[in-house]
Design a protein around this ligand. Structure first.
Ligand code: SF4
Ligand code: SF4
Length: 378
């Protein structure tokens, strides 16, 4: 049995620190439905795109400015430092119906979890080792989280609400009972948190929501203004970052060192993805940023699998990531599906521990995206 354990415990020394407004925003708009165009002047909070899915949340500019570039991937806004901002939406006066659900979507919230269920699980564990956003929000934003919970409950109407937190953590939320979970990665992933609380895998009577989502919903409930920032752990502190802020702006502001061939990663050490350019903008849901110095790890590459089996042993679901990767290499996505692709909850442990440094998680994500695209076309 493997003894390696990845702790989710963190030390919180400060509150959330603001990243100052950048001069330019780069918003990723690939696959979104555009609601603005080049040359348009935007007020802070104005909608720039809608999500193509029925339940996805819209995207807004956090700062006022002019749209100076639009292509398939990105939209660039030159910020003007202006005060012009959108008017708040009167969320408080709305009952739990279609109007409120639509307003939440228009203000940036994905509403897929907002339908009836017996059990509501609030995932209050830090998502990955070295990332402390969940604890930071539970510690410093309790009232906003409780406002968010009240609003969420209007739709879910749960019989039982459970806040899952790390063993030894002192956090509580009004309107929920607390259950502790061993703070070892990947226990923080939704599927495992739900299993720890209910004892079942993927129970149909249960909804799960993260404290980050509750925080955004709570903020909207209180202000009526759209979601325009994310909270990220960067070199041990947590920062409030306007969406679309270029990575370069954060790195310069915090005086971080990035040398040629270093990798800059958005997310955490297991599930994060290296950015292709420092001009890339921060996205919804990004919760971490860190630099992997060149030479500190062997590079991830398409090396041959040596059939050591480590990926299977590290996988909490004993999925054969090696076999799935082989099918994906030959574009046999339906065979990858037959071998447990959809049971994978993308913890990244297989890839992290692959001795050949194969990009197993990327293969898995690629296969899921290909199958989804085929399904949408069919
Ligand atoms: S990412 Fe890898 S280790 Fe994690 S569940 Fe999927 S196959 Fe298993
Ligand atoms: S850990 Fe890597 S090299 Fe070993 S079996 Fe899995 S894919 Fe192959």
């Amino acid at each position: 049995m493997h003894k390696t354990q990845y702790s989710l415990r963190t030390d919180l020394n400060n509150g959330i620190i603001e990243i100052p407004a950048p001069a330019e925003l780069n918003v990723q708009v690939r696959n979104l439905v555009m609601k603005t165009s080049k040359g348009k002047t935007l007020a802070a909070g104005e909608m720039i795109a809608e999500h193509p899915s029925k339940l996805g949340g819209a995207y807004h500019t956090p700062l006022s400015g002019k749209v100076v570039k639009v292509n398939y991937h990105n939209l660039t806004i030159k910020c003007d430092g202006g005060e012009e901002a959108v008017a708040p939406v009167d969320i408080a006066s709305m009952g739990p119906g279609k109007e409120l659900l639509r307003s939440l979507q228009d203000l940036g919230i994905g509403v897929a979890p907002l339908s009836g269920a017996e059990i509501l699980v609030i995932n209050g564990l830090n998502p990955e080792p070295g990332v402390s956003v969940a604890e930071q929000l539970l510690k410093g934003e309790r009232e906003l989280l409780e406002d968010g919970l009240k609003l969420v409950k209007k739709f879910i109407v749960p019989v039982k609400t459970v806040l899952a937190v790390a063993e030894g953590a002192p956090y509580k939320l009004a309107g929920s009972e607390t259950q502790t979970v061993k703070p070892k990665y990947p226990n923080s992933l939704d599927a495992l948190v739900v299993k720890a609380v209910t004892g079942k895998e993927f129970p149909s009577n249960t909804k799960v929501i993260s404290v980050m989502d509750l925080y955004h919903i709570g903020r909207i409930a209180r202000t009526g203004l759209p979601m325009t920032h994310t909270v990220m752990t960067i070199i041990g502190n947590n920062y409030r970052v306007p969406l679309g802020t270029p990575i370069r702006h954060i790195i310069d502001h915090l005086g971080m060192s990035v040398e040629p061939h270093d990798k800059v990663v958005l997310g955490g050490p297991f599930r994060g993805e290296a950015v292709y350019s420092l001009d890339e903008g921060v996205k919804k849901g990004d919760y971490g940023l860190f630099v992997v110095p060149a030479g500190s790890f062997p590079p991830v590459e398409d090396a041959a699998c040596i059939n050591c089996g480590e990926c299977v042993l590290f996988c909490p679901g004993r999925i054969q990531a090696n076999l799935i990767a082989r099918y994906v290499e030959f574009e046999r996505f339906e065979m990858a599906e037959k071998h447990g692709l959809n049971s994978c909850f993308e913890c990244g442990l297989c890839a992290f521990n692959c001795v050949a440094r194969k990009p197993l998680l990327q293969y898995i994500r690629f296969a899921k995206a290909q199958l989804k695209a085929r399904g949408e076309k069919a």
